[in-house]
Design a protein around this ligand. Sequence first.
Ligand code: HEC
Ligand code: HEC
Ligand code: HEC
Ligand code: HEC
Length: 410
Amino acid sequence: MKILFAGMLVAAVAIGWGSRGAAAQSANVTPERDDALSAVYATPVEIAEGGRIAEASCARCHGANGISTTDGVPHLAAQRAAYLNLQLRAYRQRSRVQSAMTGIVRYLSDDALTRVAAYYASLDPPPPASASAEATPSGSDPVQAGKAAAAACGGCHGETGISKIPGMPSLVSLDPKYFVATVSAYKSGQRKHDVMKSLVAGLDDETVNNLALFYALQEPAKAQTPAPGDPAAGEKAAASCAACHGDDGVSGNPATPSVAGQDAAYLASTLRAYKDGSRKNDSMNGPAAALDERAMQDIAAYYAAQQPQPLNVRRPLTTAEWAERCDRCHGPNGNSTDPLIPRLAAQRSDWLEQAIDAYRTGARQSTAMAAMSSLMSEGDVEALSAHYARQKARAVTYIVLPPVGEKRDK
Ligand code: HEC
Ligand code: HEC
Ligand code: HEC
Ligand code: HEC
């Protein structure tokens, strides 16, 4: 009889989409987290009381009905009750510090925090940001952006960076660090080439990074150009080059370009340029000075015949791939099904960006989020924040159970 009553004593249970199972499974529930869960079982009377506290102490910043109109202040409407409760306790214990919030919660009791959390959870969710208000930021797919920018280069360097024109270098197996350094050397004039200088002068850093990534991720192949020298003689002459350029011209060092599969006419022209000093480099001017025209042609033929290798560069995740990872914890389209994990759907994008930055800098502590946020680029943070702001949020449903005569025992 008693056991049955214990269940009946709970007058209302807040569920978010499937949260009951998740609440039961929620791993390693500490006493603090256990307390936070009390907001999930608030009665309608307690929720109404939470509404009065919210009106008096919170609405001036968090907006009427928990919908914030202020930059840097999160929406609270329809956020998970236990999560809100946990954060309020964290502000009160100063394990999460922010002057506005720590000042406000200092004077509120456990019960007050539980009720105000339950009240905000019970409200209708904020509307999602419209697609136009949250224009998709660029950089959400750097490889696609790199491909688009590379359209201007394909006429000389080949569509995927594999040269078909003698004298034009392949770009396909260049390490992104070397690529970026080279483009900036053309821009500054440190590496002299008027045509390349004018072609890259207008590219911003992000575009150059995207181009570098695009070429680095293309399937490597030898340049489709003739190589008039003698590769066997070239192999012997290139013996002293392997120390820096690697066996078979595949370099393991980002500062030293791979030369395997490179266009032979370009290779020979760079060796001439190093030899006559028109291209300056401390590592190369010495070795090139010792080579005659014949040796240059042979070495060029040898390296051109070697198989270029894929670079050890990982394709960054697209926004959709990132979101799929976030959703594993934050629920489908950011609608959390775990009472202790916040809903991200329809949250303010400026707040989402700010929150992720706080995890990154350690201003806000969370093992899960420290790990996730350290992997995101600036562009990822912007794109994901805009993505979640646009998702439709689900309401948290409080199911009212049959009322009981006794006062709920806490
Ligand atoms: C003076 C303005 C102000 C008042 C009043 C205020 N808040 Fe806040 N609140 C903020 C700001 C700013 C933040 C973001 C703080 C941060 O960066 O950690 C915040 C954050 C929060 C968060 C964390 C949300 C999340 O998703 O991480 C909760 C929960 C919260 N407030 C609840 C309340 C409640 C409940 C009250 C009333 C008892 C209240 N706030 C009163 C300004 C205010
Ligand atoms: C009109 C033909 C032409 C176009 C178009 C062109 N390039 Fe070049 N590019 C060259 C030539 C020729 C060289 C060799 C210059 C030298 O000897 O320094 C070169 C060299 C380079 C190199 C250095 C390769 C190495 O192995 O050191 C990079 C990187 C590069 N180009 C990137 C680009 C990018 C990015 C674009 C498009 C924005 C582009 N190029 C467009 C002709 C072109
Ligand atoms: C001490 C290390 C070192 C040695 C030895 C060396 N290189 Fe280099 N090589 C470099 C570095 C570093 C660069 C990039 C320099 C720059 O940015 O101009 C380079 C650039 C080149 C390039 C231009 C590639 C491009 O994509 O523009 C060619 C070709 C080349 N080396 C061939 C050779 C040959 C042939 C030998 C042997 C005769 C040789 N190198 C020996 C370090 C070395
Ligand atoms: C392993 C589970 C996990 C994954 C994966 C995860 N999160 Fe979280 N996230 C959490 C937890 C737990 C919190 C609450 C931490 C706290 O107490 O501050 C949180 C909090 C947040 C917050 C703060 C929300 C607020 O209102 O203050 C944001 C924003 C966020 N996560 C974004 C993301 C994004 C974007 C991704 C994907 C790149 C992601 N999370 C992936 C578990 C996760």
